[in-house]
Design a protein. Structure first.
Lengths: 287, 59
């Protein structure tokens, strides 16, 4: 019997739902908490299959932790969901925009700069208001809506006080006039399985559920389905959440998430997301 | 129905679900502290303060 590894550094509602779905499907699931282990990277990596299984669902809440584990496991010939390349691209907003743009998927106008001076030039070109996001980061943290040059300067100055080299990469995006919501489409392999609107809370413009955003069901139109599948393919495919905005000129994709949190999506749509993910894992085992 | 433990921080009652899994996060409803549940070899439960949110945390 083949074993599946669930590598998770934090058992949240989502991980627990996956564990239940795996046991329902009769899968031999091994739960591995990377916080308590070490990996001999210079040794015989083939032995890792005994610890981790033939297929691994990598669900680390820490992006860099998950990324490094995926890199090692793939060298051990373990099929990782999502693959290293996919996590690498999705965890970095510049890499994601590049991948989407290259595939011809509509994205908001996006500039990259490295200093306060560069940021101001970028914003003069893009116009106000604009949005500044960390290249690595989630849940809407440090995402800022910039209304003018003065606030841009202030935000850059405060970012410079934070000792983190990644915060010196400035990702700037045009602010899209949209309804107070975005659309999240969950893609599992070749299928778009569910979609939800995420409404921003009253006192915030961001729609992240971690910031108080609320999920509501959204019907999966052919247009959404095909856009989400193309976006998922552009970043390499797997279990992905494609976030889109309804701009006046049509749908834009602004993010693809690789470690999908699906609690809101499940409760809004009633779709058995963990069940679908486990089905996909089983499919991978047959390959 | 699960069972109760006391919050190591504020002594409030924490409800541990019956199907608790080692590594699961339990939040104290009173003080908001997050704990990671550890199931020891003898089956006893231990509450450890959960890791603090990192900059690279999220989806």
């Amino acid at each position: 019997m083949m074993t599946v590894g669930l590598v998770s550094d934090r058992i949240r509602w989502d991980e627990k739902a996956l564990i239940h779905a795996a046991s329902k499907a009769g899968l031999d699931l091994k739960i591995i908490d990377p916080k308590g282990i070490f990996i001999n990277v210079s040794g015989d990596l083939k032995e890792l299959k005994e610890t981790f299984g033939e297929v691994v669902l990598e669900r680390c809440v820490s992006y860099f932790r998950g990324l490094h584990i995926a890199a090692v496991l793939e060298k051990a010939d373990i099929h990782v969901i999502n693959p290293f390349e996919v996590s690498l691209i999705c965890g970095n907003k510049i890499f994601t925009t590049l991948a989407l743009s290259e595939a011809g998927i509509p994205v908001p106008k996006t500039h990259m700069a490295f200093t306060g001076n560069g940021v101001l030039k970028a914003l003069d070109d893009m116009g106000f208001p604009a949005v500044m996001k960390p290249v690595v980061g989630s849940w809407g943290r440090l995402v800022a809506l910039i209304s003018d040059r003065e606030s841009a300067r202030a935000i850059v100055e405060s970012r410079e006080q934070i000792r983190n080299a990644l915060l010196r990469i400035y990702y700037l995006q045009e602010y899209i006039e949209r309804p107070p919501r975005d659309i999240r489409v969950l893609v599992v392999g070749e299928e778009a399985v569910a979609a939800s609107y995420r409404y921003s809370p009253k006192d915030d413009w961001r729609t992240n559920v971690a910031r108080g955003g609320v999920s509501k069901p959204c019907s999966l139109t052919d247009e959404l389905r095909s856009l989400a599948l193309r976006a998922a393919e552009a970043v390499g495919g797997g279990v992905l959440a494609v976030d889109c905005m309804e701009s006046p000129s049509g749908l834009l994709v602004h993010e693809v998430n690789s470690t999908v949190e699906f609690r809101g999506l499940c409760s809004a749509t009633g779709v058995d997301v963990p069940g679908r993910i486990i089905e996909y894992v089983k499919g991978m085992m047959k390959r | 129905m699960g069972f109760l433990m006391n919050c190591p921080e504020c002594d409030a009652e924490l409800e541990i679900p019956e199907d608790v899994i080692s590594g699961e996060i339990i939040s104290c409803p009173d003080c908001g502290m997050d704990y990671e549940v550890h199931i020891k070899e003898n089956g006893e439960l231990e509450l450890k303060p959960a890791e603090i949110e990192g900059e690279d945390w999220g989806e």
